[in-house]
Ligand binder design. Sequence first.
Ligand code: BES
Ligand code: MN
Ligand code: ZN
Length: 493
Amino acid sequence: MTIQPSDKPLLEWAGDSLAIGLFEDAVELTGELATLDQKFSGVLKELIAEEEFKGKANSTIFTRVNPGSPVRKLILVGLGKPDVLKLDTLRRAAAAVARVAKKQKSKILGFSFPLWNNDPAASAQAIAEGIELALYQDIRFKSEPEDKGSQIETVDLLGFGGQEAAITRANQIVSGVNLARQLVAAPANAVTPITLAETAQAIAKDHGLQVEILEKEDCEKLGMGAFLGVAQASELPPKFIHLTYKPEGTPKKKLAIIGKGVTFDSGGLNIKGAGSGIETMKIDMGGAAATLGAAKAIAQIKPDVEVHFISAVAENMISGRAMHPGDILTASNGKTIEVNNTDAEGRLTLADALVFADKLGLDAIVDLATLTGANVIALGEDIAGLYTPDDAVASQLEKAAQTSGEKIWRMPMEEKYFEGLKSGIADMKNTGPRPGGSITAALFLKQFVKETPWAHLDIAGPVWTDKENGYNGAGATGYGVRTLVNWVLGTGE
Ligand code: BES
Ligand code: MN
Ligand code: ZN
């Protein structure tokens, strides 16, 4: 499928399906649209009246046009009220159109959409992202796919002449999102610490990044006792991934992105019981997936920013070698941790990854993790929790998320709650009381960052969706990649 800008006048466009975006309560046809309606013998006006189309955001209707006309079908999509038009409204509307056009088996699709904020580049990028994200499908694990996929060959973005770069940018970003989706959706017998390290090496090779994989012995030498404690019960070796993108010339900023990479979370000896969702715990490397997806996108975009992509990857399993609840681990900064719950393993792996990144002399670190069920209870399935003591990094991430359409909400880092992590025998416990569980998790992570401005995103909710949601089909969302890319680009401006 090729998405291309076009300056062809609406009235001259020919193809299978023509999609028109209309604002709420402004569906009476004027100007070019009135002429278009006349050209098609009033079919547009009739459709709007018959279906009582009001232009509500994401509502779609369509109709067939007279046989023999240069356009076979018309698709109308609502954009909501014009004064509250968001960039993400265009992205979602484009996704809704793409799904209709796929069902219609369209090959040639045209878009007539308004601009957001008089910004043709941002608008074209969002529309292209919405189309591509919505048409993604994953048939890797089906012997015979029932869905044959979209037949769309070309998409013309009418009125967006000259916006080739914006569409290229969308392609680059979506390639990263789709990598993350594939990694999260693949089960734990397909994505393991070994294969995730191989994926990092493949990204490095394909896109010219530096890559270093620290093996268990290397991690031992660095004293990564917290990470290795989580890994020790598994038959599979842990892998510590460190990918680096370096721009040509002096970088404007140096950043790290860290992702939780637990390829399966059984809970360990505090095993996840019935109804705990243990069978979904392949998703527990969603942070690492977003990190690698962002690496793939950043490597193509090539901003003037140095970025380190890091993940301490392991399985949280049970065996005769498993951590006992109550074991004391020593992290690579020398801090001791009483593991009062082996199911709070993500923060243990992140602890050593944060210490590692903190020593790199960077301007900022962001970690992403499917860290706590408590974050899902607090914010629901769609919104990631943002935890940071640093207002500047918080507003950078909020801005990046605003542009990407990925929802984040800043949560308090209530220092008093650290009392819940006090241990009688070690420096801290890894698990606090149930109330405020996502906050104590963030306060635990904070103990492992001393030098660098840092933020943590708890993505346990949005990493996955059970049903179609905006431009995401049911399944892995690739959440985080688009916000991370925007964050990196924003810091280089
Ligand atoms: N991977 C889970 C968190 C999770 C829950 C991710 C639901 C996605 C969906 C994490 O390792 C975990 O088990 N957290 C525990 C922490 C508790 C033991 C303090 C939790 O949230 O119950
Ligand atoms: Mn766990
Ligand atoms: Zn986990």
